[in-house]
Design a protein around this ligand. Sequence first.
Ligand code: BGC
Length: 824
Amino acid sequence: MTDPTLPPEDLNQLVDRMTLEEQVSLLSGQDFWSVNPIERLGVGTLRVTDGPNGARGAGNGGSIMEGIPAACFPCGIALGATWDVDLIGEIGAALAQEVKTKAAHALLAPTVNIHRSVTNGRNFECFSEDPELTAALAVSYIKGLQNEGVAATIKHFVGNESEVERTTMNSQISERALREVYLRPFEDAVKIAGTWGVMTSYNRLNGPFASENDWLLEGVLRGDWGYDGLVMSDWYGSHSTAATVNAGLDLEMPGPTRDRGKKLIMAVESGEVSRETIRSRVLNILTFMKRTGALNDDGTAAEASDNNPAHQALIRRAGAAGTVLLKNENQLLPLHPSIKKIAVIGPNAKTARIMGGGSAMLNAHYAVSPHEAIVDKFGEDGIVYAKGCDNHRFEPLWTGDLEAEFFDNQKLAGEPVHKERLSEAEVLWAPPIADGKVNPRRFSVRLTGTFTPEQTDTYRFGVNTVGYTKLFVDGELVVDAHTDWKKGRTFFEEGCDPVIGTLSLEAGKAYTITIEFISNEASTLVYAAFRVGIAARMKDKDIVDAALAANESDVALVFVGRSGEWDTEGSDLESIRLPGRQDELITAVATANPRTIIVLQTGGPVEMPWDTDVRAILQAWYPGQEAGNAIADVLFGDVEPQGRLPQTFPMHWEENPTWSKDPAVYPGKDGTVRYDEGVFVGYRHYLEHDLKPLFPFGHGLGYTEFTLSEMVVTPKADGASVSIVLTNVGLRKGSTVIQLYVRDIEASVNRPKRELKAFRKVTLAPDEKQQITFDLGARDFAFFDETEGLWRVEAGAFQIDIGFSVTDIHQTGTVSMPGLTIPV
Ligand code: BGC
């Protein structure tokens, strides 16, 4: 499809050969995942894919949840916990190969919003509460991708630290907090990694939407940082014609356009948007396409599913590298070879929790559960299993053969225009729906299937839906999620909270279930969805059985936590206690067997009222498709737990930085959320208020021991060089993360007591020593001076602390800095 008369690299010439209509056509998507080609001029098709823990591809038909299988990598916080820039670079490169298998040119990743609260639904997707760690990992991730010719689209720019009213919320953040904390990963992504893409966030920032925020896009991003790449909106996050284009938003996604196309042509004709502005937006898109090869892509390549062994191995290694051993009394881990019987307990034991929820979800090649992996290593004979309790947010998904009949009206009237079979009762339909035979805003569907209960019991039927849904069992209305439908916290904030109905059912009897679905034409995002779950509640006896299993075993492994139902885009958590009866289960098991090990899988901190009752706690997050193997590798000592906490675990939810009596601070009030804590985010907050966390930032144990010695600080003209000696004093090879924190002892402004400025993951053999050197520059000592609009180092003494966590400091030194200013 290339135009032989035009060298594709001459983008200026190319843009000038386009009509205004053609130029404008490039400024919006043609569908959910691609941009309009211009055949006349040989301009190919740009395709993008989510992101960030795999390359999902465009999905199958209308449903984005049913893409062809893809590799599922560890989630953001698990990668954050590795503190391993080299590993993240390898993952970036592997993700680039994954993107290519999905015939795409850009990954919508990495997600670098900051863990401001402990309840953000997308906490799992972001690396850390710390800007330095987030920035370093983002740089490596982006370089890994882009060295392979695939664009990164770092997101969400900026101030999207919560999912509450996420598409309209105004994040009110001081410029100092923005520059020092929230903008920092984006700044390094531009200045150091040279990211080709940036995605604006849904929220407003200090007033205007991020997607039309001139200060942010033209001022900071392109002005201060000299960004020369593409700015695209989050999905449906662009809300205007002239304002977004003039402020610097190049691409409106997804397509077809809502605010551009003809409207933009009229805005140009009326003089609201200049031809020169359109030209530079188009040039940004063409540059992005050229960088990624999309300019010459005829868009015909099919998506492929490549279950690549090298990626499987990398995912397994990365999963283990991110596990954080929080506690290990009497070296209960790794499991001793003398152990003959293991109780494998908990709701996350047989279900592989591989990823969080929302747009980061994908159809993984496979998912290994901890139970499977332990059976594999230890053999089935020595294992006794008990689930103990549930931890779901929604009733377990109803699976089976369902027939769906589509009607091109909202009344289930007349003959169906299309029929489809589904294998489970969860669907998210985005246009084109029913092969394009229904109006995506005005259609209805009748689904029919059967449910045969295994036991005679009272069953709970849960329905959440974007649109209106009624559920009938043998003709009897059991759930009405139609009559009083109210927007809740499901399906990206577009669906209702689950509506529950109960009914007594008999074991072995087949019940006919009918679902009547009617689309809601007023839904903000153009998609329709529903989910039906059915289950009987677990009982007291299940906890008793788990305790008995623990009692008769040498050791009890309890797999607890959450799932992507809780840790998900579109919905913040309402508490950081483990859901359901899991705390009770842990206490019962720990009472029955003192050798109890907790394996947690969550996308962020949890309260642990039982932490002193158990001997060992391992946090494994959502580590991707190799979940069980990665966890078992660590439990059995084949691999060390190398992770360190990228986020503080507070004792109680009330101690976290966003806790306030004023809801405007969190979760927001009257459409505004105020970041009143300023730069005191994460560990900076706990140190400032003398709060002892449950587990501090940077904490994590290994299977060997290290010491730090011989710290030397050498002043330089604009910073310092710091060296230190690390020694492995334990009995086995292992790794640790050396963390360097800076404090301005004589600051005239309120500055954090410690700020992470450098870190290094190091692996050493027993008795091996290594000298490590860190180079600190002026910015490592500076704060952002809002009055002058620049970075300022105040003359005076700075303390440099080096240790294994923010509170486990082993060596301290000082350096005197001259007064300095650094431009933005
Ligand atoms: C998310 C983005 C994602 C996009 C496309 C949005 O809901 O906020 O992170 O890339 O959808 O799926």
